[in-house]
Each structure stands twice: as C-alpha cells, then as structure tokens.
Write a protein that binds this ligand. Structure first.
Ligand code: AMP
Length: 423
C-alpha cells in the first residue's frame, strides 16, 4: 500500500517521499487507518518494523488538517533519551514542510537544556517527546499546560515498565485531558501491559505484528567458545569481514565495554565504547561518529539495543548471550533494518548455552552453531543443560566435533508470534 492510498496529507506525502519511503510497512498499513479514524490503539510491534512512522504520521496528518490551539497537542513518552532523540528526528523530517514544532526532553542535560525546554513548554510547542522522569520534573514546576493535549503516545511501554516507570506514566496520564486519543506501542504484551492499557486506553483497537522474531533479513550464527578466546575471535571476525563498514559489539556490562575497547584499540582498530558511563553529550558524539562511519566498531551495553536507528549496520556481535530473549531480538534488530540484510553473531560460552537454547525456543528458530577457528582455540561441544556449565571447571563440555551435532543445522523458518517474556 502506498502512503497516498492511506490518504495522508500532501505535505506529509512530500516529506515521506524525501525520506525515501515508497510503501507502507505492515504495521503502518494496519495502524494508520485506525488512528486516523480516532480509535485508541494498543499495538504489539518490534522496533525496526516502522512503528514510529505508524503512530506519528496519522497524528501529524490530523494536526495539519485541524486547527492549532497554540498549546501542546501531542505527548510521546518513551523509555530512553536515545529513543526520544530518534523519534524527534523522525518528526522533524516529516514536519519539514509544515509549521509544526517538536522538542525532545530527556534527562542528563545541563541548565541550558532545561531553560530551552521550559521556554518551548511555556510557548506551547506542538509535540513533546520525552522520557518519563524529565517530563515529570517539568510537570512538577507547574508551568506545563496539558489541557489541550489531543494525542498521547506511549512507545516501548514494556520497556518502560521494566525500568520502573509505571507510577510516573500513570501520573502523567492523570494530567492529560480525558478527551485525548491514546496509542500504546509495546514489543511484548505481558499481563502488566494489559493492565496498564486498561487504566489509560478507552476501548482500544488491537494491532499485532509478530514479535520475538528477528527480521527475516538477519543471518544469525553462533560460535561456541570459551571466554578466554572471545577477544581474539572478535579480532578475527573484524579482520575477516573488511566489507562490514559498521559493526556493533554488545556486551553485558560496562566493564566489558571498557576492557574490550582497550583490547581492540591496542590492535589499532577505530573503536569506541558507548555505555551509561559516558556523559549524554559524549554518547551523542560517539553515535554521530558511528553513523557517519568515522568509527567502524562500537562496543556498547544494552543502552543501544532498543530503538536506536543507525542505518546499514552490517554486523552485530553479541560478546555474550543476553539474559533476555527480547534483548537478543532487539540487539540483532540493529542490523537488517527495513528490507536490508545483515549478520548477527553470538559468542556462546558453556555457561550460556542453556540461555541461548531458551532464546531459540522463543524465536522458534534454531541458529547455526559453529566452532571458532582452531588457530584461536578449542570450542566446547553444544550440549545445553539447565545447569549451564557452572562448577565444571573450564565449562565441563567436551570439545566441539567437526561435522557432527545437531547444532550445525540452521533453521530459518518461523512459527506464530510470541508474546511471552523470557524471564
Ligand atoms: P522503527 O521501527 O520506527 O524504528 O523504524 C525502523 C526504520 O525503518 C527507520 O529507519 C525508519 O526510517 C524506516 N522506515 C519506516 N517506515 C518505512 C517505510 N515505509 N519504508 C522504508 N523505511 C521505513
């Protein structure tokens, strides 16, 4: 379906074509008509499906066609600063040919940011995209007029509840007029999300796109190895793939980020680390250098795994298996965005094998498992048990036997959608 067929306003159609979108994605096709009609909506969609445009385009359409009250009309609440900036950037692109103004409000800024945000709020900026904490900080100062808000959107609602923003969200919605249209987007639909939906949505229409499934364009592989060989193997992967111009390596801890950055820099790679240890401005600068390809490799914690849209990442490496299947899907969703292809490689030590098996079960897909190169070291065999390899010395698994084992099969077929969280 084209955006003309969705009957979006001409100014939007023009900016959409400047952004290079030719056809609506499935979530856009489903959600845009319902939102235009005025329904509240609960949508289950992963990042990378075009969900941001799915909620913002119909809202912008209505703002352009309606009369401006001169007050804040739209509030988008999302879990992280990076996501707030990214949503705001998309809004700025779509509103290029209009007079609609937006601002991203998130924590971590300085006094100047606060003054600028306050000025925009008092002036009645059309759209605010904000993280809950900073939004409430301004709300508590008493100068935020939410009486004319017509559209309230929660993005990545499940993530916000995981972080502990439930009470903040409820508080924010108490201040927004009941006449609003409310849209809630979430990658998963656990009961706590349904419960929140029943508190803030009215007779919502439901839209669902299969979740817990990576995009079809991601080629997934896993390498069986011991921790001691991981750094050397990553160096080998990076050297082996000169055509990969943008590489993200996800680690589980900030400490691993700094250690791996140090190791790779010793080998003269252009590498940067991104974790919550960096100041907000430093994170943005590092992201900018990565986007513009001044930096080839970024090592990051899950700060970067959700929502961040960097075009054309060719290779995502999981330095260790994430604890949560949803995080795995989000991490590898950094590659193969909207119709492109990419590679996602996960390093699995013996302790993590069972964790990875659970992820495969959730995805309903078996991932090809390979030994690391013999010149780097020995590979444990694939034999996941719920106890992992703990307490068995070097992992307690027999070395990998070439050519054998069920782990070498690679299934790319998918089943139905999953809504279960892997906890
Ligand atoms: P999202 O799921 O909102 O994070 O979007 C993922 C990426 O897809 C972003 O880079 C969008 O700019 C892009 N995108 C969204 N809608 C379309 C579309 N209809 N055609 C092509 N790319 C799109």
């Amino acid at each position: 379906m084209t955006f003309e067929e969705l009957q979006l306003n001409d100014q939007l159609i023009e900016s959409i074509s400047y952004m290079g979108f030719e056809k609506a994605t499935p979530i856009q096709e489903q959600a845009i008509p319902l939102i235009m009609e005025g329904s509240d909506m609960i949508a289950c969609a992963q990042t990378g499906t075009g969900k941001t445009a799915a909620f913002i385009l119909p809202v912008l359409h209505k703002l352009i066609e309606g009369e401006s009250s001169g007050k804040i009309s739209t509030v988008v609440i999302c879990p992280t600063r990076e996501l707030a900036i990214q949503i705001d950037q998309q809004i700025q692109g779509f509103t290029y040919f209009t007079s609609i103004e937006s601002i991203a409000i998130y924590g971590g800024g300085d006094g100047e940011d606060w003054v600028e945000e306050k000025r925009a709020i008092q002036k009645g900026v059309d759209i605010i995209v904000a993280t809950p904490g900073k939004f409430i900080a301004h709300l508590n100062m008493g100068y935020m007029d939410l009486s004319a808000v017509k559209y309230a959107i929660l993005d990545e609602a499940d993530r916000m509840l995981d972080i502990g923003f439930h009470d903040d969200i409820v508080k924010i919605f108490k201040h927004i007029s009941d006449q609003r249209q409310t849209l809630m987007f979430s990658a998963t639909m656990p009961p706590k999300i349904r419960q929140l939906a029943s508190q803030i949505l009215k007779d919502p229409k439901e839209v669902s796109i299969a979740i817990s499934k990576p995009a079809e364009g991601v080629l997934q592989a896993a390498y069986l190895c011991y921790d001691t060989n991981k750094a050397a193997f990553i160096k080998h992967l990076i050297e082996d793939k000169p055509s990969c111009k943008s590489i993200i390596i996800f680690t589980s801890t900030k400490k691993e980020v700094s250690e791996l950055v140090r190791t790779l820099r010793n080998k003269n790679y252009k590498v940067e680390g991104i974790s919550s240890d960096l100041e907000q401005s430093e994170r943005e600068e590092a992201l900018r250098r990565f986007r513009s390809r001044e930096t080839r490799v970024v090592v990051a914690t899950d700060v970067l795994s959700r929502g961040i849209d960097i075009k054309d990442i060719n290779l995502v490496i999981n330095y260790s298996v994430p604890g949560d299947a949803e995080d795995y899907v989000h991490r590898i969703g950094r590659t193969a965005r909207a119709d492109t292809t990419g590679i996602a490689v996960t390093l699995i030590n013996p302790d993590d094998q069972y964790k990875f098996l659970r992820i495969e079960r959730l995805m309903e897909r078996e991932v090809m498992k390979l030994p690391i190169s013999e010149t780097i070291g020995e590979s444990p065999a694939w034999s996941p048990t719920s106890g992992g390899g703990k307490g068995k010395g070097k992992g307690g698994k027999k070395p990998f036997r070439k050519g054998g084992g069920k782990g070498r099969r690679h299934h790319r077929s998918g089943g139905g959608g999953h809504q279960q969280k892997n906890k």
